[in-house]
Design a protein around this ligand. Structure first.
Ligand code: AMP
Length: 254
């Protein structure tokens, strides 16, 4: 394991594990105001990769609900609550986890919304009920969103991206076999462990996830447009090109 590289990367332990756990490598404090973002877009559009790049550049912590569920997968059966087991079963099939489970998980991690580095929420909210709940939570905590980034990509490209996607089981970094290969074989650049293909990137789960996106998540575009928070970003080309477009769009954020 590459310990030096691990040290550089914030470990997001407070978010991934919840409870009283603190981040051993907290995200660095940004020079200006912290940005608080929601990343929207279909599965496979590259939200996770953009969240990592935003974290490197702006310091904002990558808060992915999918990563919390994937972390919970490595717990033993006895350590998991029935709600968590149920959530993992939904996830395996590519279905959305029930709102109450997701909201309980986010509410347990409220302190991450106060992170001094700001945050980019990736994969949450995913339904109108979740978006309304987030709005209430942020109001209650005296916080507001800087922007909502809506990443867009044609369906054929999304399918190709999902087929080549690989993730690190330790730090959750996302790679792609051709577009974003790791430096060494099949191993994570940060942790050195073997990269894995996500169970829900299999074709049968991908179909279910795309349908869930169309039905439940797409309506959030209008929800945030009405609140004047929506910024649309074309997600084609390399991750760096998309990131460049992202920075151009959010460069003027307060
Ligand atoms: P992601 O990594 O964001 O693609 O999430 C992987 C899977 O976790 C999804 O397909 C869902 O099964 C579950 N999941 C993650 N976030 C949410 C959410 N906000 N609402 C419902 N299900 C979620």
């Amino acid at each position: 394991m590459n310990v030096a590289a691990l040290k550089e990367k914030p470990d997001r332990a407070a978010w991934l594990k919840g409870g009283q756990v603190v981040c051993s490598v907290p995200p660095r404090k940004p020079p200006g105001n912290p940005v608080r973002l929601v990343l929207l877009g279909a599965p496979g559009v590259g939200k996770g990769t953009q969240a990592e790049l935003l974290s490197d550049r702006l310091g904002c912590c990558h808060l992915s609900t999918g990563d919390v569920f994937r972390t919970a997968k490595s717990l033993s059966e006895s350590e998991r609550t029935p709600a968590l087991n149920e959530a993992l079963e939904h996830m395996r099939r590519g279905e959305l986890v029930p709102d109450r489970t997701v909201l309980a998980l986010v509410t347990e991690r409220l302190r991450c919304l106060h992170c001094r580095s700001g945050f980019s929420l990736d994969g949450f909210p995913r339904t109108l009920a979740q978006a309304e709940a987030l709005e209430r939570l942020l109001k209650q905590e005296g916080l507001c969103l800087s922007a909502v980034l809506n990443y867009q990509l044609p369906l054929e490209e999304i399918i190709a991206r999902l087929a080549g996607r690989r993730t690190c089981p330790i730090c959750k970094a996302v790679y792609h076999t051709t577009a974003l290969p790791p430096r060494r074989d099949d191993a994570c650049d940060h942790c050195g462990v073997k990269l894995l293909r996500r169970e829900d990137d299999r074709p049968e789960s991908v179909r279910v996830r795309m349908a869930a996106y169309e039905e439940s998540t797409r309506p959030l575009i209008d929800f945030y447009r009405q609140r004047d928070l929506l910024i649309t970003v074309a997600a084609g080309g390399t991750p760096e090109e998309t990131f460049h477009r992202t920075m151009e769009q959010i460069g003027g954020l307060p």
